[in-house]
Ligand binder design. Structure first.
Ligand code: FAD
Ligand code: DLZ
Ligand code: SF4
Length: 509
């Protein structure tokens, strides 16, 4: 009995639930590069190239095992427009008794898969994606009865359950969290470490040419493409991180430096999300470095929390709350996305840099995403769906299950506090403390009014005033609201006037 196994672009894991029991010789594996997926948001050129090249390499690896892989390319004489077209055409050409898929990383695609039961001539089995520590059912049980969730408790539960960095019932080192030690700015005069970059092989070069030809108007450059596109190279990138960067990861986790987005970050999120690496092996490698005394606890715990904590947590929130989650707009944000998110044409040195590194690398690190482009979107009042589409398009690691909660919940507080206990609103002082951006900027992070006032600072106070009905009761915002209470009426009026001018575009920023 032939089984058709449809593997998506972010399911490039040999041990995937839909491939685990596959048999070379009888089963057929389908993979497809489809126009609908490349353009429903206009993804960064490097994101498309990374996925297509990783897909083509994965298909070759499966063929080398003896599998019959039907790989539909974007540049085939008769390409398929969508996942459904690819499935139906393959079934027409290759009679199969059943179809097996692993559930996707996007609600939209899950709905497409569910529609196959009605249109496909054979049964379609959708298997759980068990590449995560926490299944969706487990998360649902944990979330039951809660109107809002908190990462910290979820994370502690997983640490206990999987016995990670535990000393009996207690956390190793006596603390669950070493965040307070992990907020050092970048040391003056220290050069950032040089990253591993992988030279494009023939398959990648062919894909790069295809992407340059087919998607010339998409955001992003291809010149600096250095992503790993095979599991072997992704493992090399992980090894490099564990040996050379992890020891310093904690200390400078929140630091920002102009024209240097990687610093001591792992830069493995595209590999994790596309399936080239698994969360378990990455966490195990970090814990092992601690056990070998090769990395300190604040670094290892900080890193483990990102993967065992945040990554699992946002996935749970996504699947338990979708599809309603994406529709909420708790702060009534109604402004269009400013054009400089695409062009980078702004005098705000921090925003200009984050857009530039994003264009060049399809990457920016967490604090750049959260405290620069994220916070600005929050303070500006950008419509959630517009900022979400931007993030989904521009980052190589962006898939809906992880991008949406991070933007909608963490950066924009559009869920009204389901995911985080307060908005991450901050003025220019935060960026000034954690980066070298402000030294080269025409704005002054300390000023809230006047032509040279930092837009973040002006918009921060304006945001607190505009949202006071919804936010002034939040105990975690008590301090800034106390400061605001001391502002004179003239000061408030001047802040509002400048904030309106900034957002309306009547004063250049
Ligand atoms: P490191 O800093 O080295 O962290 C290690 C790993 O932890 C990452 O590879 C990632 O797998 C995981 N991780 C860290 N923070 C988070 C988080 N908040 N949520 C989920 N996983 C996390 N991450 C994505 O993978 N895809 C996205 O589309 C995405 N969009 C984001 C949008 C916004 C507004 C924000 C604030 C964060 C977003 N993140 C996203 C989370 C985080 O910024 C990236 O995972 C991280 O920057 C990737 O770089 P890295 O591999 O060097 O991470
Ligand atoms: C993001 C993306 C792109 C650009 N192209 C493809 C593709 O051609 N084929 C494919 O299988 N997947 C692609 N993806 C990923 C999907 O858009 C979507 O995010 C995942 O299938 C969700 O699991
Ligand atoms: Fe960004 Fe304001 Fe600093 Fe300029 S002054 S770099 S706009 S935070």
């Amino acid at each position: 009995m032939t089984t058709l196994r449809f593997v998506l672009g972010d399911q490039l894991t040999r041990d995937l639930s839909s491939l685990r029991d596959a048999a070379p010789g009888t089963d057929v594996i389908l993979m497809a590069e489809v126009p609908e997926e490349t353009t429903y948001v206009r993804h960064h050129k490097q994101k498309i190239a990374f996925l297509f090249s990783a897909m083509r390499h994965f298909a070759e690896e499966l063929r080398a095992e003896g599998f019959d892989v039907r790989y539909i390319r974007l540049d085939d004489a008769a390409p398929c427009a969508s996942f459904t077209d690819a499935l139906l055409r393959t079934l027409a050409e290759t009679p199969a008794a059943r179809v097996i898929v692993t559930e996707p990383g996007e609600y939209r695609v899950l709905e497409i898969m569910r529609s196959w039961e009605a249109v496909a001539p054979v049964p379609v089995e959708i298997r759980a994606d068990d590449r995560f520590y926490c299944s969706i059912d487990d998360f649902r049980r944990w979330a039951k009865g809660k109107s809002s969730y908190r990462l910290e408790y979820f994370y502690r539960d997983l640490r206990r359950r999987f016995d990670i960095l535990m000393d009996g019932d207690d956390p190793v080192g006596g603390q669950w969290n070493f965040d307070a030690e992990n907020r050092k700015p970048w040391p003056k005069k220290r050069a950032p470490p040089k990253r591993l970059a992988f030279k494009p092989d023939e398959i990648t070069r062919e894909v790069l040419a295809l992407v340059a030809d087919r998607f010339p108007d998409h955001f992003g450059d291809l010149d600096a493409f250095g992503w790993a596109v095979t599991r072997d190279d992704a493992l090399r990138a992980l090894d490099w991180f564990i040996g050379d960067a992890l020891p310093h990861f904690g200390d400078h986790q929140d630091a920002m430096l102009e024209d240097a987005p990687f610093l001591y970050h792992s830069v493995i999120s595209p590999y994790l999300n596309a399936g080239l690496l698994t969360a378990r092996e990455v966490v195990d490698a970090a814990v092992d470095a601690f056990a070998r005394d090769a990395a300190p606890l604040n670094a290892v715990e900080g890193f483990v929390r990102q993967i065992l904590g945040w990554r699992e947590y946002v996935r749970g929130v996504y699947w338990v709350r979708m599809p309603d989650y994406a529709q909420t707009n708790a702060l009534g944000a109604d402004r269009p996305l400013p054009w400089f998110y695409w062009s980078g044409e702004t005098d705000m040195a921090c925003v200009r840099d984050v857009v530039a590194v994003t264009r060049r690398h399809a990457y920016a690190h967490h604090i750049q995403r959260l405290m620069v482009t994220g916070v600005l979107g929050l303070l500006w009042g950008v419509r959630p769906a517009e900022l979400e589409a931007w993030y989904l398009a521009v980052y190589a690691d962006a898939f809906d299950w992880v991008e949406l909660p991070n933007v909608h919940g963490m950066a924009l507080y559009a869920d009204g506090g389901v995911l985080a206990s307060k908005p991450y609103a901050a003025g220019g002082a935060y960026i000034n403390r954690m980066s070298n951006y402000c030294a080269g900027c025409r704005f002054d992070p300390k000023k809230r009014t006047g032509e040279d006032a930092c837009p973040f600072t002006t918009l921060y106070w304006d945001f607190l005033m505009r949202q006071s009905e919804k936010l002034s009761g939040n105990v975690r915002l008590a301090m800034p609201y106390r400061s605001l209470a001391n502002f004179s009426e003239e000061e408030r009026t001047a802040i509002k006037a400048r904030a309106d001018a900034v957002r309306d575009g009547t004063t250049p920023v």
